[in-house]
Design a protein around this ligand. Structure first.
Ligand code: NDP
Length: 247
């Protein structure tokens, strides 16, 4: 589905980003993996992707830092030529009730989850506009649609990603660039592993399918939105959540 396309995936060292990288590679895309902290699993991931017969580039970069993102984009362009797909996946949580939330915990979550998306999108759009083609997929969350007690910083950042994406979708549609948002519900990764059994059980009660999603469930939708199968879709938010949120 993506033979010969070049894709950047932010925060691809673990979890959902890692699965997206593998899935796009399986479908023929050359992959740029962005990571913030090096971990031992990155080497294995590089080998797995190489084994699929596509090119792989790894770039260390904190997406909240504009200069580092400039380096990410220029290295990707230099090594692969064009950039056809950008998946803004990198994200963090720093949960707490508003009463107790420190300013820096609000700011750092907004910096990574929302400003990070601005940084990469701003720097990639001139390339995609010139190509008159491109797919941008932003990973938000159902929490950005309905809110969640204890996550006002995270919910604000993810709601911000939705408003940002819809605005840019309108700006770039005439230039052949599609931007869509994937809103996962409750997915089995390091981000959710830390929750207590009690919290996990109460979340499961809110999911009609009564189970967590897998990273593959999210990656499959990203694959569709990266491919020509979704050419007439832009500015949309699609949930992957077992029916948790229906609006
Ligand atoms: P993980 O915590 O498992 O992985 C997060 C990834 O983002 C890691 O690779 C991490 O790198 C990277 N990252 C974090 N901060 C930065 C940064 N400043 N610059 C570059 N990379 C960074 O999270 P998930 O895989 O669960 O989540 C992926 C995305 O999906 C996030 O945007 C999250 O908000 C969203 N999401 C997840 C849900 C879930 O249930 N898991 C539900 C809804 C949305 P490092 O290893 O260096 O920390």
């Amino acid at each position: 589905m993506l033979k010969g396309k070049n894709a950047i995936i932010t925060g691809a060292s673990r979890g959902i980003g890692r699965e997206i990288a593998l899935t796009l590679a399986e479908n023929g895309a050359n992959i740029v993996i962005n990571y913030r902290n090096y971990n031992n699993e990155i080497e294995a991931l590089v080998k797995d992707i190489e084994a699929k017969g596509v090119k792989i580039v790894t770039v260390k970069c904190d997406v909240s830092n504009f200069e580092e993102v400039e380096n990410l984009i220029s290295e990707a362009k230099e090594k692969l030529g064009s950039i056809d797909i950008l998946v803004n996946n990198a994200g963090i949580t720093k949960d707490g009730l508003l009463m107790r939330m420190k300013q820096e915990d609000f700011e750092s979550v907004l910096d990574v989850n929302l400003k990070g998306v601005f940084n990469t999108t701003k720097l990639i759009t001139p390339i995609m506009m010139k190509q008159r083609a491109g797919k941008i997929i932003n990973i938000s969350s159902v929490v950005g649609l309905v809110g969640n007690a204890g996550q006002c910083n995270y919910a604000a950042s993810k709601a911000g990603v939705i408003g940002f994406s819809k605005s840019i979708a309108r700006e770039l549609a005439p230039r052949g660039v599609n931007i869509n948002v994937v809103a996962p519900g409750y997915i089995d990764t390091d981000m959710t592993n830390g929750l207590s059994d009690k919290v996990k059980e109460s979340i499961l009660q809110t999911i009609p399918m009564k189970k967590m999603g897998s990273t593959k469930d999210v990656a499959n939708l990203v694959l569709f939105l990266s491919s020509s199968l979704s050419d007439y879709i832009t500015g949309q938010v699609i949930n992957v959540d077992g029916g948790m949120v229906m609006i």
